[in-house]
Design a protein around this ligand. Structure first.
Ligand SMILES: [Zn+2]
Length: 382
């Protein structure tokens, strides 16, 4: 770190985040307390599954709050068509706040529709699978789920309300995917510190010490509590480790990536979306594999790559191409991934090593060879 700190003095620094973050078991039942300070007309955009299961009880809990309420089901993809549809509905409802209830794509669509309508933003993540809820970044996809572009919005969510009991009851794969996304936070922060790249705050500034400290803490919490949290959630148990991992996946990772920026773990994730087989995997699962590729691309010591790969494997996160159902991918397929990961303006360019399609392709192939030999050998030994 010492080598990278001097440049900040000339360039300044900037920190950003949501105005409030609230995490407690049962908090979804207290939504009215958190929404009424924001305005008078709420537009609730609710993930389809949550809509069926919790829609009625959410509405019931808000009755008597004095808020005007409109509830709409999210169509499942944060794509241009859906963003335009929701934006028009928010305008029609004359809502002064948009409340996104669900996963990362619901959150991002809610943020975009709110900003377009100059409305306040509340995010209620019902799973801890990404760090989307806290940030002012929104990522859009094609209707088929291929990464399209990401936007830096002028404002972060006003409030993020996390019901940890609800999250602990969701399938454990969501929490594990969130750990994969959060795993990228410190490694990508380190990439950006080394390449002296700007963060995502107010158009881009050097990372503040607060952001760097949060990214490091995110990593420490994952290493300490991730496995205990996964095992607890598998049994439907809510423990301090689970609370810590929910905070790491949502708040620490969200603040960490926004204030320190992302790099090739997300760049390779974006590249992987060009291969159809990858669409069945969650963002954080592909990002975890992207983390391992990033470490190989940066030429990190094999001991660090092995430690990180073992961490991923202990949780069931993908560590090989075969784990992503890409075991039969050809070198040409991986080259397409590398090409997409390096398209103009891509975050992959933030990595402080020489970059080309061939270099990224070979990092992915070499990482896969390393983890395959690591775990393949173990399989044979048993
Ligand atoms: Zn992410």
């Amino acid at each position: 770190m010492a080598a990278t700190q001097g440049w900040h003095s000339a360039q300044g620094r900037a920190f950003g985040g949501p105005l409030k973050y609230i995490q407690r078991a049962g908090e979804i039942g207290r939504l009215a307390d958190h929404l009424t300070p924001l305005g008078s007309k709420a537009f609730l955009l609710v993930d389809g599954f949550v809509f069926e299961k919790l829609g009625a009880s959410i509405l019931a809990s808000l009755e008597g709050s004095g808020l005007g309420l409109t509830m709409e089901k999210f169509n499942g993809e944060c794509c241009r068509e859906e963003i335009d549809r929701v934006t028009a509905l928010v305008a029609e409802a004359k809502a002064d706040m948009v409340v996104g209830i669900g996963g990362g794509k619901t959150a991002d669509t809610a943020k975009l529709a709110a900003i377009a309508n100059k409305a306040r933003i509340a995010i209620v993540p019902t799973i801890a699978s990404t760090d989307a809820p806290t940030s002012a970044i929104a990522v859009t996809y094609t209707p088929q789920g291929v990464f399209k572009e990401s936007f830096m919005l002028p404002r972060n969510p006003d409030v993020v309300v996390v019901d940890s009991a609800l999250i602990a009851k969701a399938p454990v794969r969501f929490l594990v995917a969130g750990i994969g996304d959060a795993l990228s936070t410190w490694f990508e922060a380190r990439s950006n510190l080394e390449s002296r790249s700007d963060n995502f705050i107010a158009g881009g500034y050097p990372a503040p010490l607060a952001g760097i400290a949060i990214a490091k803490t995110c990593h420490e919490v994952l290493m300490r509590d991730a496995l205990a949290a996964k095992l607890a959630v598998e049994k439907g148990a809510l423990t301090p480790a689970v609370e810590n991992i929910i905070e790491a996946n949502t708040l620490l990772s969200g603040l960490g990536f926004e204030n320190c920026a992302v790099s090739a773990a997300h760049g390779i994730h974006d590249g992987l979306t060009v291969l159809e087989e990858s669409h069945g995997f969650f963002h954080g699962e592909k990002v975890a594999f992207g983390v391992l590729c990033l470490l190989m691309l940066e030429g990190r010591p094999l001991a660090e790559i092995e430690e990180t790969a073992r961490f991923c494997r202990s949780l069931g996160l993908p560590t090989t191409l075969a784990d992503l159902r890409l075991g039969k991918a050809s070198a040409a397929d991986i080259e397409r991934v590398a090409k997409a990961a390096l398209k103009e303006g891509s975050i992959t360019w933030r990595v402080a090593v020489p970059l080309s399609v061939e270099i990224v392709r070979d990092a992915i192939i070499a990482l896969d060879a390393f983890t395959s030999s690591l775990f393949g050998a173990e399989r044979q030994a048993h």
